[in-house]
Design a protein around this ligand. Sequence first.
Ligand SMILES: [Zn+2]
Length: 249
Amino acid sequence: MRVTDITMPSGITARPRDDRGYPVPAITPWEDGVPQFASTSMRRVFLCVEERRCTVCGREMQPGPVWRVVDGEDAEMISALLDIGKAYLNPAPTGEAPGHRTCMIYAAMVCPYLSSPEGRRGEASNMYGANIPKGDARGVGGGIVAYNDYGFEQTQVGPGVVYGKPVEIISYNRAEDLRDELAASIAADETVIGKAPNWLGEDEQLTEAAFRRAMLSPAERQALEAKKRATQVRKRQQKQARASRKKNR
Ligand SMILES: [Zn+2]
């Protein structure tokens, strides 16, 4: 299955492209105008989680379950437990944040690492943030899992994304297996709503500034807002003063 034959969700069509024309996920950092597919920006991950944005397209996710791609071992475990109506809770934090159902199905189909059992993680194969050591093959099976909840947390083993209960799984082995799921999802494309902020684009300085803003305490944020308002008032006064000087000339 060729990547160009796979329909792109609306939110992903709006992403910036690399020089081959591939859309760049929201959590991929940029360096000198070049997307760094081999790494994931934890700042971008954090910001996406804080604003409930999809880590692929960067647009907001509606209330309800959120989706992520898991490997075969996790997929098998989750699917077995869902079958018998038991919850599988994994309190371990991960660097992988969720996205829209449509975006995650698309990612599982186009990412060279996620789309087949032989797929190896290489330079460009880390496109959607699956944390597997370079060179390892994905292995048999995989799943796109819906979770009822998630959040960015400070845990004893470090900060990361912690997920709630899995509520649904779409199991697959190869990209082709997801063809119908993608078509159905695109028919009701939830990614048409909203817009990704410019700080999830190619300018890392904007990302950095957004991260610093997000790190402010409520008091610091208030002080910053007050300063901004004061500057606006001063500018308005200066403008009025200039206008009246002109009139009196
Ligand atoms: Zn999305």
